[in-house]
Design a protein around this ligand. Sequence first.
Ligand code: F6P
Length: 346
Amino acid sequence: MRVGILTAGGDCPGLNAVIRAAARRLMSEGHEPVGLLRGYRGLAEPELRMELDDRAVSGILHLGGTIVSTSSFDPFMEPQGVERVLAAQQSHPLDAIIGIGGEHTQWITARLHEQLGLPVVGVPKTIDNDVVGTDYTFGFDTAVQVATDAIDRLHTTAQSHDRVMIVEVMGRNSGWIALYSGIAGGADGILVPEIDTTVEELVATIERRHNKGKNFSIIVVAEGAKLAFEGQEAEQILASEETDEYGYVRLGGIGAILGQELEKRTGFETRITVLGHVQRGGTPTATDRVLATRYGIKAADMVMAGEFGRMAALVDNKITSIPLTDVDGVKPIDFEILEEAKVFFG
Ligand code: F6P
């Protein structure tokens, strides 16, 4: 079989580990893996392909990024996208396709299977850990480690200067990274997109800490967190900001807005750190390499067994598979863990 392997959407530490594992497993059974470059663009444009032989997948296990590159190309949105995919399948046929990506990629993969009848298999990927149907995605552990290292460093400088430190982490739709790095880093407040947090709550937490003699605080905020303001004042504060229909700030710069407000209301000096893409780059942790390897082997096994239209998934620490049609929406954080984190707030 000639099997296309692609990575789509945002990159993530561990992608190369999946590619290596899937390619090696396929080659061990006499199959021929092919890298489709720039995500689904490589499915529509046969010139964007590379051989994934033994040499190509050697020495890549520990590397961040993706050797086959990535993009957000969506054949269902591009002009003539579907026609180009079908034409490429005629001229350069693939017997199977492994699509490694997040929620939107899995949605494309599901449609390719359902609507075009393509033999596809999905592998979940994202540092955000928010793909429905799987307990963990690779890349998440690495992102949490990066964020935790940053919080540790901010802790010591916050303490020296009696400052409030705001750490903005990734997580547009879910707060997994904020939750885990907040707990691991001993945060005094964690803001996630799944739950509204008011500025007043945070001010009270910081003031309680100061009254107890703790002159610094660390607040971890997911980039997609919702920040609510109680009372009349909210309208004035938010008048100049972009807000959603509920009056919540939904900007990339939520850390900056929160920092400004906290400094104004508590009178404590505040600094803001936005971690950004540093969470997505570089070497995957050992945990992510193991998970990515397990997903890669499973995807190859699914291809060889003809289990198309499904996504490899981790359920109760066992690698299994679920229908791609079940991968719908965003997996929210575990609210019990958030309750546990609150024990340490202020
Ligand atoms: O990989 C998911 C994610 O990290 C989100 O948390 C973040 O909002 C987004 O990617 C940003 O990606 P990009 O800058 O590539 O659009």
